[in-house]
Design a protein around this ligand. Structure first.
Ligand code: ZN
Length: 151
């Protein structure tokens, strides 16, 4: 099976049997890989967004708040915030969407929103930017922002 690394986005080939015995790690960055049991995971992992899919996946998501994590592989705080966003995505239950954008490979979207430092968390709703958080955030702080934008 192919597992996309939640940290760097690299696609890793994982032996499902071996994964049950031992935690598989990403071949590119060494982060632990989350291996889903069962095929239909739903939107329980952060969605990888690119310059090409930003319009569709973020701006056209409608009334559901979309949190876009603007990150890069070389950024230490980004690696610290990644597991928090994984947890929020797993707990989203359709109330919000967690997405990630690599600013190095997607400069158009990054410059469009004036990303100066990373991690920057952008929150969109109804096709508009409604909130922005710069730097490392606690899970609780992010969850509170998302909850305040519901409805
Ligand atoms: Zn990785």
């Amino acid at each position: 099976m192919i597992v996309e690394c939640g940290n760097c986005g690299a696609r890793n080939r994982v032996d499902e049997g071996a994964a049950r015995e031992r935690q598989p790690v990403c071949g590119q960055c060494g982060a632990p890989l989350e291996v889903k049991q069962g095929a239909s995971g739903g939107a329980t992992k952060p969605l990888t967004v690119t310059d090409g899919t930003f319009q569709r996946d973020v701006l056209q998501a409608g009334s559901i708040p979309v949190l876009l994590d603007c990150w890069a592989a070389w950024c230490g705080p980004c690696r610290m915030i990644a597991p928090i966003l994984e947890q929020l995505a797993a707990e989203s239950n359709g109330r919000y969407l967690i997405a990630k954008l690599d600013v190095d490979t997607n400069p158009m979207t990054a410059s469009r929103f004036g990303i100066q430092s990373i991690p920057t968390l952008l929150i969109f709703k109804n096709g508009a930017l409604v909130d922005r958080m710069v730097g490392l955030q606690s899970k609780q702080a992010i969850a509170q922002r998302l909850e305040s934008l519901r409805g």
